[in-house]
Design a protein around this ligand. Structure first.
Ligand code: FCB
Length: 460
């Protein structure tokens, strides 16, 4: 199953193989060329938030190693690179002056990709909100959505001509629930009211961002990246089955509903609608503008039981045990069939445009031994999930590409540098990059699609 030739033969010639990163996780240079702090810089500096109090000051030093990292991507033979743009480099205070030097960096990045014939998939927001905006409430404030719209317009005006696709947001589930309800990510809030405000204003910002992109570049394919959850009931009791449906509405429906149907799920509104901020006339239409594509980030399924505690807050679920004890080093259950179940369920529930798997990958922390990183379990993980993706294509689902998370080991948010997802190893002392076994394998797979896939697509 891991033979790259046999696996490649199961994909159409125009299927895109890429690698992904995000600005805060790799760039470093946190004070260079006019960048100001983001909420993540502040979060890292607070004790007890991030493992080892690690921060993004240096990260993979990608900002200073741009050309060599682009060469690295090219050496992997992939067709596309998904990266994110740091808002605090472009409009360092969130609103106010535009920082040309920040734009220059992404200008060089997209030029460098074009020069190497690599497609550019940009994400506008991968969690690094300019810290100054926190003073006005960050994502809990409606005006942050308008600040995002201006940032989106500014960025696309400058680099949109050389992008192949753009996403407004990466995983709003994380920047809403994980950041404002569960307190794990910046700004570390644990408050349902804050989270409900962040939810609606993030959805609104997405819609305003879509308009901003289209006002500058009507032909640039615009979408959003969602970490949809495949949710299984912990048992087949009626209570657990109902709990799984509530969890679906809470974790997926509050994003997919507004974006693809123009409405929040009914169960969610019944339980929590009274605590939502005002939904102003036109908001839902703005949010529900048709998209050209959507991105799915998938790693692991979610399993839930009903929470029988009286007064348990919606969705009133408790975690259920995995079906098998196969986990990556970060503790996430490995279960590839969930990817297939998820794509089938979402396409049954919503009218979705074409889909790219914008992140998939595994955390294994093997180090370099005699110049080699033998990360066979990561290779197996990627191969298994690609195999499920090929099944989905054969069933007729419009899966158009796959991006391995990640190009290289990087700052894994609350886990700091402890958890490694790269197909390329990074030695943080020396910044030496070493392509892992999985990276070499992925390059062989991508190599089955020469000349950016067109050669094989011509065959049919
Ligand atoms: C996703 C994030 C990405 C990375 C992976 C492991 O939730 O989008 O930045 O941290 O998880």
């Amino acid at each position: 199953m891991t033979d790259p030739k046999m696996l490649a033969a199961r994909f159409p010639g125009d299927f895109v193989f890429g690698v992904a990163t995000a600005a805060f996780q790799i760039e470093g240079a946190s004070k260079a060329d006019g960048r100001k702090p983001s909420i993540w810089d502040a979060f890292c500096n607070m004790p007890g938030r991030v493992y080892g109090r690690h921060n993004g000051d240096v990260a993979c030093d990608h900002y200073n190693r741009l050309e060599e990292d682009l060469d690295l991507i090219q050496s992997l033979g992939v067709e596309a690179y998904r990266f994110s743009i740091a808002w605090p480099r472009i409009i360092p205070e969130g609103t106010g002056p535009i920082n040309e030097k920040g734009l220059d960096f992404y200008d060089r990045l997209v030029d460098g990709l074009k020069a190497r014939n690599i497609k550019a998939f940009a994400t506008l927001y991968h969690w690094d909100l300019p810290l100054m905006l926190a003073g006005d409430g960050g994502w809990t404030a409606r005006q942050t959505a308008y600040a995002f719209q201006r940032y989106a317009k500014t960025t696309i005006a400058r680099i949109g001509d050389r992008l192949d696709a753009v996403a407004t947001f990466n995983e709003p589930w994380c920047s809403v629930w994980l950041s404002h309800l569960y307190g794990i990510h910046a700004p570390g809030e644990r408050n349902m009211d804050a989270a409900l405000n962040a939810l609606h204003f993030t959805n609104l910002a997405h819609g305003l961002g879509v308009s901003a992109v289209r006002s500058e570049r009507p032909d640039l394919p615009v979408g959003i990246v969602l970490n949809a959850h495949q949710i299984y009931p912990g048992s087949d009791t009626a209570a657990d089955v109902a709990a799984a449906q509530r969890a679906f509405d809470f974790n997926n429906g509050v994003f997919f509903g507004p974006i693809f149907k123009g409405e929040y799920p009914e169960s969610f509104m019944t339980a929590l609608g009274g605590r939502m901020p005002a939904i102003e006339p036109g908001d839902m239409e703005t949010i529900a503008q048709p998209l050209d594509w959507w991105g799915l980030n998938y790693y692991t399924p979610m399993r839930v039981h009903d929470d029988p505690a009286p007064g348990a807050e919606f969705p009133a679920t408790l975690p259920a045990a995995p079906v098998a004890d196969i986990k990556t080093d970060i503790g996430w259950e490995v279960y590839a069939p969930a990817l297939g179940d998820l794509v089938r369920k979402l396409n049954a529930d919503y009218h979705l445009p074409e889909c790219y798997i914008t992140e998939n990958g595994a955390c294994y922390n093997m180090s370099v031994e005699e110049g080699v990183v033998d990360d066979q379990p990561r290779l197996d993980y990627i191969a298994e999930h690609l195999s499920v993706t090929a099944d989905l294509i054969s069933e007729g689902y419009p899966m158009r590409g796959y991006f391995a998370w990640s190009l290289m080991d990087n700052f894994e948010w609350a886990e700091g540098y402890k958890m490694r997802f790269g197909i390329v190893h990074v030695d943080y002392e020396t910044q030496v990059r070493t392509v892992k076994k999985s990276g070499e394998w992925y390059a062989r797979l991508a190599g089955e699609f020469p000349a950016g896939n067109h050669a094989s697509s011509a065959k049919g």
